[in-house]
Design a protein around this ligand. Structure first.
Ligand code: HEC
Length: 489
């Protein structure tokens, strides 16, 4: 007994005296904490969400680093290149635990990524020591209790101009704002006022008359008080119907249709697997395509009949991972989709029959757009490039390079071969899709850009991102914003 006590004491002392660099993994280990846990640790409830968050990106789907597939309990237990990663009952002998605790090389996740918290590590340890058991019952999706995002979290994830260009819809945090300051911008453009004058005219404070919010009066915060928001969760996507009457907004497991003019809620459609991150109206306005799906599990594409809200087409496993972008062809006969599985795919509408798929991006494909003639597609990649695809030939036409971070949105402008993109590199670019030349670069954004809207005449460009402010550019050559809508404090 005494001996054991001594050993422990010595090793603790030795550990405390060593600088962190002496750790075999070369990085500071994760702090060991004890968790007070009476009920057994469950794989599907406690462990899988940690893996999905912090490991699955490199250990599931197309990427299985170290040949370790963490997509399911079964594949996880098979282990990787070095054999089993988990020895049930023996966390200290389990490779997965040692790498995650960062006491052995290569520390996991790699140091560029967010490490496990001491609590997460402790849960994983306890789960392994309790036998690393598989999920018990048939797979039950953990019920997620959604709470509103903290007030400081207000990224703009989507933007859309109404067809008459009178309104810019802004999805910011869990709110949707309808800004109608575009009209004076256009009026001034028409009169060819110099930009300096435009800015003086337009940077007047926002009033109720110029910015309204879509509010679902049935929403309540955790304190039971009404929440002045459009959704409980973040608004991930918006689309305005071609006749300008409806606006659709997508959030966690739901889509809401609103009357754009009245600002009233028309219909709520639920039943989605996860976040709805892509929305597109068909050119005749009768259908609304929705895209999303549970990360690393399955993509989801459902098409709703706008007048009834019913799902008229549910494409089974359209992508093997989240769908990020959707676009109807101008004739409404085809839908393009793209997603985390690196593919761009096309579907016949209304049958849902798979047409062509396009492979070439080396990372998530975040958005897709059709050229108005239906002959070309453009896609935006998390691999920092835009690809132009020849639909008829079924092959890649060219790759546009220049952005230095993820390209988050791409749009063909009107009926032209011009495309506009925005990126995590805090810039918007306007390109010629036929030769890959850059026509314009808009810079000066304070943060990562998620959202972009361009009017078909190319005269108005709005872009926004993580910080919540929105910049509107007016005219074909004004590379200074005509209006900055500030982020909330
Ligand atoms: C950014 C990518 C990335 C993330 C995120 C990541 N890993 Fe890894 N992982 C790797 C790479 C790369 C290797 C292969 C390293 C090597 O062989 O040198 C690897 C290897 C492993 C191995 C060894 C497999 C074998 O048999 O060789 C384990 C175990 C592992 N990771 C666990 C995890 C866990 C647990 C997490 C989350 C807490 C995680 N990884 C997150 C990239 C990642």
């Amino acid at each position: 007994m005494i001996n054991i006590g001594m050993t422990v004491a010595f090793s603790l002392m030795g550990f405390a005296a060593d600088p962190p660099a002496a750790n075999p993994a070369g990085v500071p280990p994760i702090k060991i904490v004890k968790i007070d846990r009476k009920e057994p640790v469950l794989y599907d409830k406690d462990i899988e969400p940690i893996f999905v968050n912090k490991c699955a990106f490199c250990h599931s789907g197309n990427i299985k680093e170290g040949k370790l597939d963490m997509a399911t309990h079964e594949s996880l237990m098979k282990g990787g290149k070095k054999g089993p990663s988990i020895i049930p009952g023996k966390s200290d002998e389990s490779l997965l635990y040692k790498l995650s605790a960062k006491v052995m090389r290569p520390a996991m996740p790699p140091k560029s990524e967010e490490p496990l918290t001491p609590e997460e590590l402790a849960l994983i340890k306890l789960w392994i020591d309790q036998g690393a058991k598989a999920p018990t019952a048939a797979r039950v999706r953990p019920k997620i209790v959604l709470t509103p995002p903290p007030a400081s979290v207000h990224p703009v994830r989507a933007l859309a101009f109404s067809p008459d260009k009178s309104v810019l819809a802004i999805a910011r945090g869990n709110t949707v704002l309808l800004n109608s300051q575009i009209h004076p911008i256009l009026a001034n453009l028409a009169h060819r006022h110099p930009l300096a004058r435009l800015q003086v005219l337009l940077n007047e404070p926002l009033s109720v008359a110029t910015q309204r919010a879509l509010v679902d009066s049935s929403l309540k915060g955790p304190d039971g008080k009404p929440l002045a928001a459009a959704h409980l969760g973040l608004v991930e996507a918006i689309a305005i119907s071609p006749d300008g009457k409806l606006i659709a907004t997508g959030s966690f497991q739901e889509v809401v249709l609103w009357d754009l003019k009245q600002g009233t809620l028309v219909r709520r459609v639920g039943g989605f697997a996860d976040r709805v991150v892509a929305l597109a109206f068909s050119p005749d306005g009768k259908l609304l395509a929705t895209g999303g799906g549970a990360p690393t599990e399955d993509g989801e594409v459902k098409i709703l009949d706008v007048s009834s809200g019913k799902v008229v087409l549910d494409i089974k496993s359209p992508h093997s991972d989240t769908v990020f972008g959707l676009a109807f062809s101008a004739d409404g006969k085809m839908l393009a989709s793209c997603g985390a599985d690196k593919f761009v795919k096309t579907w016949e509408i209304p049958s849902g029959k798979a047409l062509k798929s396009f492979e070439g991006h080396t990372h998530h494909v975040l958005d897709v757009s059709w050229k108005s003639d239906g002959k070309f597609l453009a896609s935006a990649g998390a691999d920092n490039v835009i690809k132009v695809w020849n639909f008829e030939a079924g092959e890649q036409a060219r790759t546009l390079t220049g952005h230095t971070k993820q390209v988050s949105r791409v749009v063909f402008v009107g009926a032209t071969p011009t495309i506009a993109t925005c990126s995590g590199d805090q810039s918007v670019r306007v390109w010629n899709s036929e030769n890959g030349g850059v026509q314009r670069t808009l810079t000066g954004f304070p943060d990562y850009l998620h959202a972009l809207a361009v009017t078909p005449d190319g005269l108005l460009i709005a872009a926004a991102g993580e910080d919540g402010s929105v910049r509107i550019f007016a005219g074909a050559n004004n590379n200074q914003p005509a209006r900055v809508i500030p982020a909330p404090n």
